[in-house]
Structure formats: C-alpha cells, structure tokens
Design a binder for this molecule. Structure first.
Ligand code: NAD
Length: 484
C-alpha cells in the first residue's frame, strides 16, 4: 500500500492549501479497495482560484522578467527530476501503470517539457511588418505584432498520463506569462497534488499555479463556464470535449481540445516485420492500452497478414498482468471498475459481431480491474474497429493495395495519430500526406517529444500542443500601428 501521509489532499489556491466542503474517494485499481479521500472543489472554490490566478497574472507573475520565469521553470524541472520515484509511485498507485514505465518514460517527459519551455520564456517575439503609408497616403507608419499572454488558463487533464499531459499545458502556458488552474482527473490526482508542493518549493509567486481536485461535472464545468478564464486546455474524451466547447462559448474562451483516437498502424508487405510487429504490439498494449494514440487498428497487407496475426497473438500472450509495483509486470489494471466493464462490453461486442478472437477476450480471475490483452481479427466496419475502447484491445484488418489501406485508415471519426511500417521511402512520404492524422510515425511511434507539435484532426480535437505551436497557442497576437 502506497504511503500517502505526506500528500495534502486539499485545494491549492493562491499558494495555500484549503479544505473544501465536499470530498470524494478514489480507488486502488490493483486491489479494488479505497485509496484516498480528496477535496471536491465547488463553484466558490473555482471563483477563489480564478481570483488568485488573476491577481498573480496582474501582479507578481505578470511583472516577473521573462528570464526569471524561465529560471523558475528550470528549477521546477530539477525538483521533479529529483522527486521522480515518488511522483511515479503515486501515479502508478492511482491509475495502474507499471511503476518502471512511470519512472522511465512519464516523469522524464514532464522534466523535458519543463526544460524545453523554460528555454522559450525569454525568446517570445512579435514581428516587424513592412506597412504602407497611413491610409494609403504619404505619412509613414511603423507596424509590428506583439505576443502577449492570454491571462488565466485552465488545464483540465485525464487520468491516463496525468503529469506528462499536464506538462504539455503548464509549461508553455507559464513560459508565455499566463497563470494556471489545474483540474486533475478524479481517478488520478495524487501525483499532481505532489507537484503542487514542488511548485511551492520552486518559489513561483502565490496564485501562479492553482490545483483544484474535484468532479468533472462540477469543478470542470465551472471552469469551462467561468468568465474570468481566457483559455481552456483540455485533454480527455470527445464527449467531454463537446461539453467544454459549448460551455466555453460564455466568453469565447480559446480552447485546445486533445480528444480520443483510434489510430491505424499500417504494415506494408515490404516492412521489417519483426520491427513492425514488436512496434505495433507496443503501440497497442503500452499503458494498458489507455492511450489516446494507441494503435488499435492494425492494417496488415494480405501477404504478411498471417505473420502479423501470429506475432500479435504471441505478444498479447507474452504480457505479464500484475501489480504495477512488481518488476515482472508489463501490464497493470485498468483505472477503475467502470472502465474495466466498458472494455469487457467491447470484448463481448466484438465476438457477437463476428470478429475472431486471436488472443485474450475476457477478464482474468483476480481482484482489481484487470482485462486480458486482446487481439481480434475482423473488419473496419465493426464497432471494435470504429469506437475508442481505451483498453488493451486491437483488431487486425487485411488490405491489398495502398489505396485500400488509406481508405480504411481514414474511415473513422478520429484523426489523432497513425503509424506506417514500410521500407519504401516514397511510399512513406506519400501515405503520410494522405492520412487523416495530426501525427504520423514511420517505422516507429510518433514520439511525444516537447519539440514536436501534438494534436488531432476530425473528432480527435482542435489545436496543437508542444513545440513552437504550443507557444503560439498560449499568446494573443496584437497588431500595433504607429502613425509617424
Ligand atoms: P474525461 O473526458 O472523462 O475526463 C477528462 C477530464 O475532464 C477530467 O479531469 C474530468 O474530471 C474532466 N471533466 C469531466 N466532465 C467534464 C465537464 N463536463 N466539464 C469539464 N471537465 C470535465 O476523459 P478521461 O476518461 O479522463 O480520459 C480518457 C480520454 O482522454 C480518452 O478519450 C482519451 O482518448 C483521451 N485522451 C486524449 C489525449 C490526446 O492527447 N488527444 C491524451 C490522453 C487521453
């Protein structure tokens, strides 16, 4: 049982911890027993956080030199790095991912994002614009753009990768001079509560970053509606994204929506098959399949179809389900009972639609929210190929031509990411241009690196995070014209 004695389970507002009137309880996904009792922020708490963030924006944070902002982000990165194991422990205990993966991949991603945007803090420039004389006359003008911060940003994050995804919002928002209110997911708030302590330790002015744990329909909705918030940066389900878009219309908030996915992994006949099968299995099963970019539709050229089926079957059967803190475990439990039941309902649905069960297909007989890694063989019009399942479930679909592969890949409401396995360079570039996806990996997953813009097309969302796109999205371009 993870020790929570040093975690303050209150709201972090204006640099102080405050109790809330309501609380809610979270579960340990490995055992199915209670884990923590957390504060549930109400609308008054949201008002208080907006007031604190606005005061910091207009005061101590807003007036801090850009290079000092960068130094604070770097300091936070150092503190996170030094605290990696504890942060990883909290996150794995909360949402079930194997601890080793949290240490090796998730926390380093947050550190890298903080450092990347720390470097941007004093490099945000507008542009000088060659302009005509005033109103077309002889009087010259001097025109330029400036990139100012937006104001208070709300970062609403999901449970599948809380710290990593939070970093994609927090670091660029702060680097651009905004202040932030964080709303963690109900099922995985602990690592973010620990981060709040590190933010205080780093020395950010009070109110620069606030954390409101709580229920999505109360806390999240109040943030989306609040007129004092300039931008909502949301990662989560497509359904919640729609609600946020509607509620944000109150004051025309900027919105960044990173939503669901149903990524295709296309394996061509000329692919390096060992790499393609190993990579596809990783794309399918990493993080229990609770990944927006999970490669859940494996499109296999008919000439390699049987080998792909055999390879994925072996990969599924080779997964070791178990306690996230057991070093042998490669796949932990799903986040909660509702998610497990939802995934199991898709396993039944796949079988009833006539998909062949190549591997897995049910829940193991053990406590906790475990589901067997499952591979179906079937068609793209099946529900298991069309809908986001958000668990360790994939379907293999055969194709004969490049055009057919593209048509199948694009025949889905989502357009977040895709993977292409081929040794033909021109085919790789051509397919990348034709596929409906915000990020395309060739012969490997599209890496989630701070320098590379990330986001989706179609029902996978609006906007891009990370890279220079991330900077642009947290600034308001203003045009200034001086009549000389
Ligand atoms: P979710 O939409 O249920 O919840 C996400 C967050 O929104 C949580 O903090 C929740 O409390 C909050 N929320 C819920 N209802 C709200 C409302 N009405 N108003 C405002 N906030 C509200 O998503 P989840 O189950 O936590 O995460 C899984 C989903 O996230 C999947 O669909 C997955 O594809 C998606 N996701 C996308 C990306 C990406 O980069 N595109 C990354 C990770 C996860």
């Amino acid at each position: 049982m993870v020790d929570l004695s040093d975690i303050t389970t209150e709201l972090f507002i204006g640099g102080e911890w405050r109790a809330a009137t309501e609380t809610f309880t979270t579960m340990n996904p490995t055992t199915g027993t209670g884990l923590a009792k957390l504060a549930a922020a109400g609308t008054d708490d949201v008002d208080a956080a907006v007031a604190a963030a606005t005061a910091a924006f207009r005061g101590d944070w807003g007036s801090l030199a850009p290079s000092r902002k960068g130094m604070l982000l770097n300091k936070l990165a150092d503190l996170v790095e030094a605290d990696s194991e504890r942060l990883a422990e909290l996150e794995s205990a909360d949402m079930g991912r194997p601890f080793g993966m949290s240490v090796a991949m998730m926390i380093p991603n947050l550190v890298a994002t903080l450092r990347y945007y720390a470097g941007w803090a004093d490099k945000i420039n507008g542009e000088l614009i060659a302009s005509d004389g005033y109103m077309g006359g002889p009087t010259p003008t001097h025109a330029y753009t400036r990139r100012d911060p937006l104001g208070v940003v709300a970062a609403i994050v999901p449970w599948n990768a809380p710290l990593m995804i939070l970093g994609w919002k927090l670091a660029p928002a702060l680097a651009c001079g905004n202040t932030v209110i964080i709303k963690p997911a109900e099922d995985a708030s602990l690592s973010i509560l620990r981060l709040a302590d590190l933010i205080a330790q780093a020395g950010f002015p009070a109110g620069t970053v606030n954390v409101l744990t709580g229920v999505g329909k109360v806390t999240g909705e109040a943030l989306a509606r609040h007129p004092g918030i300039a931008k909502i940066s949301f990662t989560g389900s497509t359904e919640t994204g729609r609600a946020i878009l509607r509620n944000s219309a109150t004051n025309f908030k900027r919105t960044a929506l990173e939503l669901g996915g149903k990524a295709p992994q296309i394996i061509f006949e000329d692919a390096n098959l060992d790499a393609a099968i190993g990579g596809s299995a990783m794309g399918l099963f990493f993080n229990q399949g609770e990944v927006c970019a999970a490669g859940t539709r494996i499109l296999a050229h008919r000439r390699v179809y049987d080998s792909v089926i055999d390879g994925l079957k072996a990969a599924a059967q080779g997964q070791v389900l178990g306690d996230p803190f057991d070093a042998a475990t490669t796949m932990g439990p799903l986040v909660n009972a509702a998610q497990r039941d939802r995934v199991l309902s898709y396993l039944e649905r796949g079988a009833s639609e006539g998909a062949d069960v190549v591997a897995g297909g049910s829940a193991p007989d053990r406590p906790g929210y475990f589901v067997e890694p499952t591979v179906f063989a079937g068609r793209n019009d099946m529900a298991v190929a069309q809908e986001e399942i958000f668990g360790p479930v994939g379907i293999v679909i055969p194709f004969d031509t490049d055009d057919e592969a593209i048509a199948i890949a694009n025949d889905n409401q989502y357009g977040l990411s895709a993977t292409v396995w081929t040794t033909d360079v021109s085919r790789a570039h051509t397919i990348a241009g034709r596929i409906d996806a915000g990020a395309i990996g060739v012969n490997g997953w599209s890496p989630l690196a701070p320098q590379l813009p990330w986001g989706g097309m179609k029902a996978s969302g609006i906007g891009r995070e990370l890279g220079y796109e991330g900077i642009l999205s947290y600034t308001e371009p203003k045009t200034v014209t001086i009549v000389l």
